[in-house]
Design a protein around this ligand. Structure first.
Ligand SMILES: [Zn+2]
Length: 343
């Protein structure tokens, strides 16, 4: 039965996908809203596209410290259902936001709080990033790792799969966009001795760091260029860390456009890294041995500068606290980036 329903929905999709396309002028890149809802594109209020939690406050479906009275972080947005089948289950098709490749598919809802989810990698972009579509009811059967998708292609059907209960009336798409921290996630995971095994390889949610999808979509609704570097480069910097290390993390090799300036690997003694309030490392300046880092000490991390105002929306994220000490989330990000315990 499910299979048949899926087919019917697929047949009705193309027109809607075109309607929700945001064309980026001067670029071949298309950015597509991941559901058939056109409210965001039309500039309507967030209550028309965000699915609130039980609180009923539309903001609770947004990105940031919006959960549990502002104490819990939500790394993406929850997009509400427009369509329902005869049983009241959400039936909106879910679209790929941009051209990319399937990086991961989890079809077993019980294996993740994301339920059934799919991750796309957009490595045609600079810097490359991922998009993630969670709580799906169905994932298109032909979508396997490595499969190439175009912006607007149907990935599956909206749902409410998770390791906890999402009521029918609050079925939604949890949608994220962001960067992958480490390519050796399993090593870190093993060291941490978590109780359950890592079922999701490098695309475990703990290894992904999202930015605000609404802010991202807004920029490309308003601007006439599709410079993704610009988007990340213009995010507010909340603090800068000076990190003593002779290593170039794999992260900056994968996202070289985030690096500010060049020096040779031989003279590298550290990095000044700019972070957003929610812990995304967006600017990397390599340091050579110019006396700045005296006394140099492997793995030493110094808070250089902080603008708490720029991170105020993200105070629940446990990056830097008011007294300048390092929070648990920032420490985890540094462990994943540099493969060491920050001191
Ligand atoms: Zn969510």
């Amino acid at each position: 039965m499910m299979r048949v329903l899926f087919k019917v929905l697929l047949n009705s999709i193309p027109l809607i996908a075109v309607a929700s396309t945001i064309n980026l002028q001067g670029a071949a890149t298309r950015l597509v809203w991941p559901t058939p809802n056109t409210a965001f594109r039309e500039g309507l209020g967030m209550e028309h596209y965000l699915q609130p939690t039980q609180s009923g406050d539309p903001q609770s479906g947004g990105f940031g410290c919006v959960r549990n009275k502002g104490t819990r972080f939500h790394e993406g947005v929850d997009l509400k259902a427009l369509r329902h089948d005869s049983k009241g289950e959400a039936s909106d098709p879910i679209y790929a936001a941009m051209d990319g490749k399937v990086a991961y598919v989890n079809r077993v809802p019980g294996k993740s709080s994301y339920g059934r989810y799919i991750v796309l990698m957009h490595d045609g972009q600079k810097p490359a990033f991922y998009s993630l579509y969670a709580h799906l009811r169905l994932i298109e059967p032909h979508l396997e790792t490595g499969f190439v998708v175009k912006a607007g292609d149907t990935l599956g059907i909206m749902g409410r799969s998770a390791t906890y209960t999402i009521p029918k009336e609050r079925a939604h798409l949890h949608f994220e966009i962001g960067l992958q921290l480490s390519e050796a996630f399993q090593e870190w995971y093993d060291l941490k001795k978590f109780e359950s095994p890592n079922e999701h390889g490098d695309l475990n949610g703990m290894n992904l760091i999202g930015f605000d999808p609404l802010a991202f979509f807004s920029v490309f609704r308003e601007k006439d260029s599709a410079d993704f570097d610009d988007y990340l480069g213009n995010l507010a910097v909340a603090f800068t860390l000076r990190i003593n290390t002779r290593k170039t993390p794999n992260f900056i090799r994968r996202y070289p456009s985030l690096q500010k300036g060049e020096i040779s690997d031989r003279t590298l003694v550290g990095w000044d890294v700019d972070f957003t309030g929610f812990g995304l490392p967006v600017g990397w300046k390599p340091l050579s041995n110019d006396g700045l880092l005296e006394p140099w000490k492997e793995n030493r991390v110094i808070l250089l500068d902080s603008k708490p105002g720029n991170g105020i929306r993200f105070s629940c994220r446990n990056t830097i606290s008011a007294d300048g000490s390092m929070g648990s989330h920032l420490s985890q990000v540094l462990e994943l980036l540099f493969k060491f315990q920050p001191r």
